[in-house]
Design a binder for this molecule. Structure first.
Ligand SMILES: *Cc1c(COP(=O)(O)O)cnc(C)c1O
Length: 380
């Protein structure tokens, strides 16, 4: 027997309704049958993204939509600002460099969040900046960015605000229209409870305008083309039919639970996980916790990579280790997507057993008790 538990920040577990939708016979995409599904899917996306504007979809992992936002909103040698406090902030810088965009990184210590005041100061220094790139949840560090505050600042400039919400969407509140976010980038395999393979960009009026003058090269990722098709409830190329059929189902589940309840559930799971790791004597890594993933420092003398491996191999529980210079130093436990209290209990139990086996002095059950204390107060 080897039952598996997936507590990684992408891919995430799939609800049975989604699994069944994935197993449906293939249909052709230029049919009324698909158009109806595609229409419902697009309405579901608007609800999740909290926007009245269109959301374009690409058959790509999340990074594909990050790349789409760069090549559709900018021209060679344009200036752009990128907030960079972890692995995924760094990706914005790398993408800009790959396309010869003049990128000004705002370097933030890993584990800390960027302050809106700093963004304001850098924007005032670089009035010709065409875009500000940031990350809702920096999955490598467990930090959440104050997008509302940054949105207020960027709104007053000519720059567009692009937010990588690949892990955060559907776990953290992100009010795309109300907070003046011009392009929200997302991916299917995290909070959206889907397999990997779809990525998304929402587009504000300001973003549509920026697209008109963008001169960076693009073909498949051309958002003007994608948007033109979207306006006719159609797609420019063959869409990932099965994933869209499945996404209609997951978006229906999200609507049924209600976004507000989805956020509350993620917060409860995050609170319980943080309580549990603290009770076990592990340190929390970030200073502004997101509700997507908990990053915790591993105790002195324990190799984080070995801990992750032991949990997966012996107990069937997958969590993530540290990325970049944090390899072996932190663990990351996701509470993202199709998850409930007993997923967390399972994860913490495996963590206690594995820590104990690696020689760390831990009272078995202490983490579970701390998590249950959160649940007993909050489960209605
Ligand atoms: C997972 C993730 C990505 C990368 O997405 P891919 O689907 O692997 O391309 C980018 N940004 C953040 C914040 C993520 O969590």
């Amino acid at each position: 027997m080897s039952k598996k538990y997936l507590l990684t920040p992408g891919p995430t577990p799939l609800p049975p309704e989604v699994l069944l939708a994935c197993a449906q016979p293939m249909i052709h995409h230029r049919t009324d049958e698909f158009r109806k599904i595609f229409g419902e899917f697009n309405e579901g996306l608007k609800y999740l993204f909290q926007t009245k504007n269109g959301v374009v979809t690409f058959a790509a992992s999340g990074t594909g939509a990050m790349e789409a936002s760069v090549v559709n909103l900018l021209s060679p040698e344009d200036k752009a600002i990128a907030i960079c406090g972890g692995k995924f902030g760094e990706r914005w810088v790398e993408l800009c460099k790959a396309y010869n965009v003049n990128v000004i990184p705002i370097e933030v210590e890993w584990g800390k969040r960027a302050e809106a005041g700093e963004v304001q100061r850098i924007l005032a220094e670089h009035k010709d900046a065409k875009a500000v790139f940031t990350t809702l949840c920096e999955t490598s560090t467990g930090v959440v960015t104050d997008i509302e505050a940054i949105g207020k600042i960027v709104k007053e400039t000519d720059a567009v605000l692009v937010v990588d919400a690949i892990s955060g969407l559907g776990a953290e509140d992100l009010q795309t229209d109300n907070w003046n976010v011009d392009c929200v980038v997302a991916g299917s395999q995290k909070g959206m409870m889907l397999p990997p393979g779809l990525s998304f960009c929402s587009l504000s009026q300001k973003a549509l305008k920026a697209m008109e003058t963008s001169k960076l090269p693009k073909y498949y990722l051309d958002m003007k083309k994608a948007k033109k098709s979207l306006d006719k409830t159609d797609t420019a190329y063959t869409p990932a039919v099965s994933l869209i059929v499945a996404a209609r189902e997951s978006l229906r589940l999200i609507k049924e639970e209600g976004l507000e309840n989805v956020f509350k559930r993620h917060k409860m799971l995050a609170d319980a996980t943080r309580n549990a790791v603290c009770a076990l004597g592990l340190g929390l890594f970030s200073n502004t916790f997101c509700n997507v993933v908990t990053a915790a420092s591993v105790p002195e003398g324990i190799d984080g990579a070995q801990l992750v491996k032991l949990m997966r191999k012996k107990y069937g529980v997958s969590i993530a280790g540290g990325q970049g210079h944090l390899k072996g130093k932190i663990i990351r436990i996701a509470h993202l997507g199709y998850m409930e209290p007993f997923d967390i209990i399972t994860g913490i139990s495996a963590l206690e057993l594995a820590l104990s086996e690696l020689g760390y002095k831990v009272e078995l059950g202490k983490g579970i008790q701390a998590a249950e204390n959160v649940f007993s107060n909050q489960i209605k």
